[in-house]
Design a protein around this ligand. Structure first.
Ligand code: T4K
Length: 381
């Protein structure tokens, strides 16, 4: 352990919260060469279908479709399930969750979160249910599963659909079950900033196999056949270059996960004993999605607020992110939405900070970030 007062060196270049993994260029080029020959660029080509199948297997989802991004996958899930009126959800999320609800023609209703899991609190769901409610949208925040059993219980009692935003939960299992196993539909994001990515992209696992055809039409302008445009749909197709990236990324997952796990262990060793700094970990029975490295700052015990630490790290070229601040319930667009009291969400939004996490970061750079945080802490308190 370094001496807490020895001054570390700032980074010469910014170290961001993430840096996308890329497969070896030669492997990707091989796909590009084929694409150049076949001229098949989009609209459910071979690579698209290959990736869709491989991802369904990987995620333990027998019913699975891919989309151009996670936000549209979420919106189309709600449309496929004919969700209307109010959707009980969490304000502690990325804007995409709430905008997908609104774009699908429904209204978010804000529930508080569980202070430990940071996911939607079933007690708050029960309080906020109303006659206009048709669905619950939980977010498996940082890859920590929502209280899936309690949520399903409330949904069954009131006849509600359950949709999960698993943007952060690629590959997560909960007591041995794939995260895609819960609810009516589960969305995964394959954005460049995610562990597994297709540059932009998203996927949807769903329980009712008959939704498959409807989702295919929703992502392709509602076209059923050459002669029939059956429903109103959009353009949410994943193209062949995105699919090629996904196919190559899948090959690299094990290695990237090993490297990220090492980075997280290094942070744990350097920061685990700092008063007022809590490292957020996946709960019991959960495999870590290795998507984010999240700490929570208790200002009174740490001596600095989360915002002060976020700002203090910048001159060292350590660029952290406050996922999720501001809270969705504070966006002007949702000012009129019904809401519970949100003390736990408000507190979490003030206290969480995502540190850089990606395989390439390696042990040495992680140790340096850890030493910088210790140094900032020691000179502040
Ligand atoms: N639901 C939840 C709970 C989500 O968190 C998200 C997305 C979604 C739904 C929607 O899924 P998608 O429609 O995106 O599939 C980023 C991502 O853009 C977003 O996908 C993600 N959540 C969110 C948590 O993080 P920003 O605005 O923070 O991105 P940005 O551009 O600031 O990137 C963060 C850092 O990553 C940069 O400082 C540098 C690095 N970076 C980023 C990109 C895009 C790179 O090094 N290279 C890159 O190409 O939203």
């Amino acid at each position: 352990m370094p001496h807490p007062h020895s001054s570390p060196q700032p980074f010469a270049e910014p170290v961001y919260v993430t840096r996308p993994f890329l497969p070896p260029l030669a492997q990707f080029e091989a796909h590009l060469r084929k694409i150049w020959q076949t001229r098949r660029l989009s609209n459910m080509g071979c690579l698209h279908d290959e990736l869709e199948q491989a991802l369904g297997k990987k995620l333990g989802a027998p019913n699975f479709r891919v989309f151009s991004n996670g936000t549209l996958a979420l919106q189309l899930a709600l449309q496929a399930l004919a969700v209307r009126g109010e959707v009980l959800t969490t304000p502690f999320t990325f804007p995409a969750t709430l905008h997908a609800i609104a774009m699908a023609g429904a209204r978010p209703v804000f529930c508080d979160i569980d202070p430990d899991t940071l996911c939607i609190d079933p007690a708050s769901i029960a309080r906020m249910w109303g006659p206009d409610t048709s669905a619950i949208m939980g977010v498996h925040v940082y890859g920590t599963p929502c209280a899936v059993t309690d949520i399903q219980g409330i949904a069954d009692q009131h006849g509600l659909k359950v949709v999960y935003d698993a943007a952060h939960a690629f590959g997560t299992t909960f007591h041995g079950r794939p995260i895609a196993d819960f609810g009516d539909a589960t969305m995964f994001s394959f954005h460049a900033t995610k562990l597994f990515h297709t540059i932009e992209g998203g996927g949807l696992a769903f329980a009712d196999a008959t939704l498959g055809r409807k989702l295919e039409m929703l992502r392709n302008f509602g076209i059923e056949s050459e002669d029939v445009v059956a429903i109103i749909g959009t353009n949410a197709k994943l193209n062949e270059i995105q699919a090629a990236m996904g196919i190559e990324m899948l090959k690299a997952m094990d290695e990237e996960c090993r490297n990220r796990a090492q980075v997280k262990q290094t942070y744990q060793a350097l920061l685990g004993d700092l008063p007022g700094l809590k490292i957020i970990k996946p709960g019991p029975g959960v495999t870590d999605s290795l998507q984010y490295m999240v700490i929570r700052i208790d200002e009174s015990a740490f001596g600095l607020s989360r915002d002060a630490l976020h700002a203090a790290l910048k001159p060292w070229n350590v660029i952290t992110r406050r996922y999720f601040y501001p809270l969705g319930s504070d966006y002007p667009s949702y000012a009129d939405c019904r809401r519970d009291n949100l003390p736990h969400a408000q507190r979490a939004s003030r206290e969480v900070l995502c540190l850089p996490l990606y395989g390439e970061l390696g042990i040495e750079m992680t140790e340096r970030i850890g030493r910088i945080i210790r140094y900032i802490h020691s000179t502040a308190s």
